[in-house]
Write a protein that binds this ligand. Structure first.
Ligand code: AMP
Length: 175
């Protein structure tokens, strides 16, 4: 199944010049949603993964399904101010300014194998910050998985050098 055809491109959202890759059109399609989950689950089954960590909000759509089928627990990585207990946090660079993500300090035990999921890899800043959070907690990043990887000038994969990266669909970014 060509998953690319289930991803809607929305020009100039949320701001002028951004080609927004909308995964709601993939998530709502029963067969495409199942296949996208199955590929990831089959790829990582048997690798000793005990936690799946995902980044809010779109990461949670797949993250919980993957965790359930791998027999792993689910870890929430969130934007600032949302998680209630003791936190680890990580700041990262945006095109203009910085952003921050947070995770509970007790979400991952030392030495646990963790699979990180997010819907889309662009510059890699968010995913790298999430890997740092997992490692700060003592986890081992066993894999980093995306539905969509924007390839070309953003060099997101370079930022994740050294990690096992899987993306289901590659989309060249328009200059
Ligand atoms: P980055 O940190 O640059 O790799 O950006 C990745 C995060 O921003 C992901 O959580 C995506 O959901 C979101 N994102 C970045 N660019 C796009 C895009 N063109 N379409 C949809 N989501 C995007």
């Amino acid at each position: 199944m060509d998953l690319l055809k289930f991803i809607r491109n929305v020009p100039n959202f949320p701001i002028e010049g951004i080609q927004f890759k909308d995964i709601t059109t993939l998530a709502k399609h029963p067969a495409a949603f199942k296949e996208s989950n199955d590929i990831i689950i089959n790829h990582y089954r048997g690798r000793g993964i005990t936690k799946v960590a995902a980044i809010e909000a779109r990461g949670y759509i797949w993250g919980g399904v993957i965790a359930y089928h791998l027999g792993a627990g689910f870890v929430l990585i969130r934007k600032p101010g949302k998680l209630p207990a003791e936190l680890l946090s990580e700041e990262y660079q945006l095109e203009y300014g910085t952003d921050k993500i947070e995770m509970h300090v007790d979400a991952i035990e030392k030495g646990e194998k963790v699979l990180l999921f997010d819907d889309l890899l662009a510059t890699g800043g968010t995913a790298k910050a999430a890997c740092n959070l997992i490692e700060k907690a003592g986890g081992i990043v066993e894999g980093v998985v995306f539905v969509i990887e924007l390839t070309g000038s953003l060099h997101g994969k370079q930022k994740l050098e050294g990690y096992d990266v899987l993306s289901l669909v590659e989309i060249p970014v328009e200059e």
